[in-house]
Design a protein around this ligand. Structure first.
Ligand SMILES: Cc1ncc(COP(=O)(O)O)c(C=O)c1O
Length: 385
């Protein structure tokens, strides 16, 4: 099996980073569930010494995701947050970071509750408005940390323009691409220096693993991330690496269905009289629909909408039957949630209001079920309001 240099996206997803297992020919990379490797003689080994440092299952996944994201190397971690934590060790005390204001709640918590203790400084701005990025950059700014689309308000940042602006001021750019997945957008192609993912979401896609990955292109980042992955040791275990590797093989066909189902449900919700507002980049009413068409392939599997009151949101959430009331996203099954009290509970209420996470907002991670079943489920729950 030789992957041609010009292989297309689905082919890369299935084959990149993987060779038949050298000892048996197994087409699937085995789960190397081992903590150490026997050395033939003192100083003579097969490139594997200790499993925190090297593991063939993890290496296969890292090669696969690096190729999918058009990076040069990838490093897999125990969770999306561990991946973000590793990226932040590229900074030094006194450094300043400009961050998308409605970034994932756990990212905000990491920055504010943990990293501030180490004299890192953060300014949160609406990065969909480029002048706000420009104004927030200071002499101490080293990193621009972007999330697009944002969770759960689905605002977009123009990645090409934001990267150009940051690079012109000597600032490197990290993009959390969890929400979109590399099928929908590849930030490195648009100028980003680093991409982080919670592989827990679309990359794995089956709601049965927690993990994270960082993809890098620059030598200095690659060198440091390889060092820190071993030095701090927050690695992804072989079983989880294997699960994610199985997930990435079907990423393109899953994403096609996520995109298609979400578009149908967004249009259904937008036309429903009990729904006050729908946020979905695939709707022409989305303020950045034109940017979405340019920057994204399809519009992703996440929708959020407002129902007028917390009571209405509660009624809907308590009456859906097929959709599961649960945190997380990106799995094959549809999940529905209440950001204000679930995923974003760690964000203070006044900040939530400021960034548009209202108490009446509901978020759906649209799965790949038959869309008619999903529409009927939503319709019967909306009837209860
Ligand atoms: C956009 C985004 N980034 C990062 C994370 C953190 O990932 P994990 O839960 O795997 O630590 C999440 C989790 O929900 C997320 O939605």
């Amino acid at each position: 099996m030789k992957l041609p240099g010009n292989a297309r996206f689905s082919t890369v997803c299935i084959h990149a980073g993987q060779e038949p297992d050298p000892s048996t020919g197994s087409i699937i990379t085995p789960i190397y569930q081992t903590s150490t490797y026997v050395q033939e003689a003192l100083g003579r080994h097969k490139g594997y010494e200790y499993a925190r440092t090297q593991n063939p299952t993890r290496a296969a996944l890292e090669g696969n995701i690096a190729a999918i994201e058009h990076g040069r190397a990838a490093f897999a971690f125990a969770s999306g947050m561990a991946a973000e934590g590793a990226v932040m060790t590229l900074l030094q005390s006194g450094d300043h970071v400009v961050v998308t204001d409605n970034t994932y709640g756990g990212t905000y918590r990491l920055f504010e509750r943990v990293l501030r203790k180490y004299q890192l400084h953060f300014t949160y701005v609406d990065t969909s408005d480029l002048p706000q990025i420009q104004q927030a950059i200071q002499p101490a700014t080293k990193m621009l940390f972007l999330e697009t689309p944002t969770n759960p308000t689905l605002r977009l940042t123009d990645l090409t323009a934001a990267c150009e602006l940051a690079h012109a001021r000597g600032v490197f750019v990290v993009v959390d691409n969890t929400f979109a997945s590399p099928y929908v957008q590849r930030p490195i192609d648009l100028g980003a220096d680093l991409v982080v993912h919670s592989t827990t979401k679309f990359l794995n896609g089956h709601s049965d693993s927690v993990g994270g990955v960082v993809v890098a292109v620059k030598d200095e980042h690659i060198e440091w991330l390889r060092f820190i992955q071993n030095a701090e040791g927050a690695i992804l275990g072989p079983m989880d690496a294997w699960l994610v590797l199985r997930g990435t093989k079907t990423l393109p066909i899953r994403m096609e269905r996520h995109n298609a189902n979400a578009q149908v449900l967004a249009e259904f919700l937008a036309a429903h009289r009990k729904v006050a507002r729908v946020h979905y980049p695939g709707l022409p009413s989305h303020p950045q629909h034109t940017l979405a068409r340019r920057q994204m392939r399809g519009f992703g599997g996440l929708i959020s909408f407002e129902l007028g009151s917390l009571e209405h949101a509660r009624t809907l959430l308590n009456h859906v039957r097929l959709m599961a009331l649960a945190e997380s996203l990106g799995g094959v099954e549809t999940l529905i949630s209440h950001p204000a009290t679930m995923t974003h509970a760690s964000v203070p209420p006044d900040r939530r209001q400021q960034i548009g996470i209202t108490d009446d907002m509901v978020r759906i991670s649209v799965g790949i079920e038959d869309v008619e079943d999903l529409r009927e489920d939503l319709a019967q729950a909306l009837d209860r309001i």
